[in-house]
Design a protein around this ligand. Structure first.
Ligand SMILES: NC(=O)c1ccc[n+]([C@@H]2O[C@H](COP(=O)([O-])OP(=O)(O)OC[C@H]3O[C@@H](n4cnc5c(N)ncnc54)[C@H](O)[C@@H]3O)[C@@H](O)[C@H]2O)c1
Length: 331
């Protein structure tokens, strides 16, 4: 992977220097208000997933044109996964590609979306339908931003954090040893660092998600389908956790029994079974980018450090979902 990643507790001075060297900075309304010193002069888009649209993307590109951004300039994103995904895509498209710097400010963006160069906007009711691979040149992961994160955004970040920790036995053990996932920037920092290392390694091995990188999609087939069905009422991380829980229960017969119990218990502290019907869910999940030959693909942990893929025909997907929901509601 080609990005330089700088990690630390408070990298405000380094971030300011990096942003000063950029011709254009994108943030969102919320981050602009919370961090006026860092985002002064930035173009602020409205906060939230419902603005991860082609309209917002074109407004960014138009502002770049008006401000005279050149092909040799760098731009930057300061914000959560939405700002990062949309700014990265603008950087990929503007004059066929300019360099960009990413400053993730949510837990979710620090452990996942901020690293790896997957950029996108939602379109036609489908998550991330329009996108490109375009890695940031520099990424600044500064846990100081976590101090202003509301409880709900912490919870969203835990979904992707748990997902990433599942990828190695050691990280999952460290996660389970962290007695409580408290909303504490310093306490969570060691786990954030582990996730950064894991994500870096996975992306380096498979930058374009041809094979290995698919392991990062645990919970995402059901999660993305729920997100679209629900009109993005909850946050991405909350849907991912619902997806992780539901996909595990759907594939229970393929999962190590001892691991399964602890995993469902861990997720139950943050989420509950979804409420949608099997038919609606399978209709949406049928659009997932991982699918092949009409089957629906889900990624799930067999045990910590061992992630596998199941390709499930649509009628079986519905039957497994119905059984899973029944089981989860009785937990
Ligand atoms: N590119 C990838 O590989 C990848 C991976 C996972 C998720 N994603 C995408 O990431 C998005 C979700 O990211 P997110 O959860 O960061 O959403 P987000 O960007 O909408 O941020 C969530 C909320 O937190 C606010 N916020 C940001 N930083 C803050 C701070 N420091 N203090 C207080 N509030 C702050 C934002 O304004 C927003 O209201 C989804 O669109 C998802 O598809 C992308």
């Amino acid at each position: 992977m080609s990005s330089n990643i700088y990690c630390g507790g408070d990298l405000t001075a380094e971030i300011k220097t990096a942003l000063d060297a950029c011709a254009f900075v994108v943030t969102d309304d919320t981050v602009a208000k919370l961090y006026p010193e860092i985002t002064r002069g930035a173009f602020a888009i409205p906060s939230g997933e419902k603005y991860k649209t082609t309209e917002t993307l074109l407004s960014i590109i138009e502002e770049m044109r008006v401000r005279g951004v050149k092909r040799t300039d760098r731009i930057a994103a300061v914000g959560g996964g939405v700002v990062g995904d949309i700014t990265g895509l603008a950087a990929a498209l503007y004059m066929r590609g300019v360099e960009w710097v990413n400053v993730p400010t949510t837990l979710l963006a620090m452990v996942d979306s901020g690293i790896g160069g997957k950029t996108a906007v939602d379109f036609g009711g489908v998550k991330n339908l329009i996108g490109a691979f375009h890695e940031a040149s520099d990424i600044y992961i500064s846990s100081v931003f976590l101090n202003t994160l509301p409880p709900r955004e912490w919870k969203c970040g835990y979904g992707e954090l748990i997902k990433t920790c599942l990828l190695t036995k050691d990280a999952y053990a460290a996660l389970c040893d962290t007695a409580e996932l408290a909303e504490d920037a310093d306490g969570i920092y060691p786990l954030v660092m582990r996730c950064v290392d894991i994500k870096k390694a996975v992306v380096a091995a498979d930058p374009k998600e041809k094979n290995l990188r698919k392991v990062l999609n645990i919970g995402h087939t059901v999660g993305h389908a729920l997100e679209s069905l629900d009109g993005y009422r909850l946050s991405h991380g909350e849907y991912v956790m619902k997806g992780m829980m539901t996909e595990a229960a759907m594939c229970r017969d393929m999962i190590d029994a001892q691991f399964y119990g602890g995993y469902i218990k861990l997720l139950s502290a943050f989420t509950a079974a979804p409420r949608t019907t099997a038919k609606l869910l399978s209709e949406k999940a049928a659009f997932d980018k991982k699918n092949t030959d009409g089957d629906i693909t889900v990624m799930f942990p067999v045990r910590a450090g061992e992630i596998t893929e199941a390709r499930i025909p649509r009628d079986e997907f519905e039957a497994r979902y119905t059984a899973a929901i029944k089981e989860l509601r009785s937990v």
